[in-house]
Design a protein around this ligand. Structure first.
Ligand code: NDP
Length: 331
């Protein structure tokens, strides 16, 4: 039974040497417990934050202890009347092939309704983040211009599609021409900008957003945020969802750089963590499922195979190797 521990607190960009594999006995479930076998493991940019020893909205990982993330697992044995052998569950679980659980915090998932992997993406935290970020903070109105960064990723690809459902002009920013083609052809974005080959992002945004930007869903922070702020409209809204371009930096520049624009243009910039809205996860999943069944949204996944690949799949997020939700399939 393999387990992955956090070995070091990464300095700058993490590497595989920051993780250690150990072999343990397969555990036996006690009274009231389940034995779970991991099926799909979610790797997410926010896990980088939990590798730092700093206080946040969620506890940091402990050194020499298992890393955890969203996992869909199969119930192999059950001593708990709420679950049966053969059920599939979704929850925050450890990077272990097999583990026991009391069942607390686990949700049953139905593989007839959607593929198991979807419960970690479009019908899981990333889909919910896209929906509730827009819903609670974006205040999107028909005809407005919505820009989203990380546009081909798990959150970004859903944000853009919801923007189209709401009747907006949607521009996505991503890191390759292939990703730009996908967000336009598969996800229906109006335009896309490859930030890696564009010299002047402010100018490119101006060209694609001739009426300015009303709502910016920010997944990356940094220079792209600067370029958006140069094009933001009066009463614009900036949804600070993530800042992956800064996650491996050890120093954060002091002071907000955009205060002048926020004041002059009456812009509202608001951060959030999706857990702020836990009570609304049910309705969010229900809306996303409806759109999925109606064919109004679709999704991409990058599924890497094999438990041993979990650390590398996580690292690959910082090189943009994923299209849509990055997952590891475990046998
Ligand atoms: P993604 O599927 O979007 O994967 C990460 C992507 O980020 C990569 O594919 C890459 O795409 C892009 N990226 C990597 N490095 C950089 C960089 N230096 N500059 C710009 N883009 C970069 O991940 P998620 O959809 O899971 O997460 C997206 C964002 O949302 C993250 O910032 C995450 O932390 C945040 N998040 C926030 C939540 C909340 O509650 N607030 C909940 C869930 C996620 P490319 O090829 O385009 O560079």
């Amino acid at each position: 039974n393999k387990t992955i521990l956090l070995k070091n607190r990464p300095k700058g960009r993490p590497s595989t040497s920051d993780f250690a594999f150990i072999e343990e006995e397969k555990p036996a479930p006690k009274e009231g417990e389940l034995l779970l076998k991991a099926k799909y493991v979610s790797v997410d940019p926010y896990l980088r934050g939990r590798m730092r020893d700093t206080k946040s909205y969620i506890e940091p990982f402990k050194l020499d202890e298992p890393v955890e993330s969203g996992i869909v697992a199969e119930v192999i044995e059950s001593n708990n009347s709420n679950f049966e052998k053969g059920d599939f569950v979704n929850g925050m679980l450890q990077w272990k092939q097999y583990q026991t659980s009391s069942g607390n915090g686990l949700n049953k998932v139905n593989k007839e309704t959607a593929p198991l992997s979807a419960y970690l993406g479009v019908l899981g935290l990333t889909g919910i983040t896209a929906y509730l970020g827009l819903e609670k903070i974006g205040n999107l109105k028909e005809g407005e211009t919505l820009v989203v960064s990380g546009a081909s990723g798990a959150v970004g690809s859903i944000v853009g599609q919801i923007g189209k459902i709401k009747g907006c002009n949607v521009i996505g920013i991503a890191g390759s021409d292939e990703k730009i083609k996908t967000i336009k052809d598969k996800f229906g974005f109006d335009e896309g900008i490859n930030y890696k080959t564009t010299q002047d992002m402010s100018k490119a945004l101006k060209k694609h957003c001739p009426d300015g930007i009303d709502v910016y869903f920010d997944n990356v922070g940094g220079e792209i945020l600067d370029a958006v702020m140069n094009n933001i409209n009066k009463y614009g809204r900036v949804i600070n969802c993530g800042a992956i371009s800064l996650y491996n930096e050890s120093e954060t520049p002091t002071g907000p750089r955009h205060e002048g624009t926020l004041i002059k243009k009456s812009v509202r910039m608001q951060g959030f963590t999706v857990r702020d809205f836990v009570k609304e996860f049910g309705p969010a999943i229900s809306q996303l499922s409806t759109w999925l069944n109606e064919g109004k949204i679709t999704f991409s996944e990058t599924i890497v195979e094999g438990f041993d690949q979990i650390p590398q799949a996580f690292l690959d997020l910082f090189d943009g190797k994923n299209k849509g939700k990055m997952l590891v399939k475990v046998y």
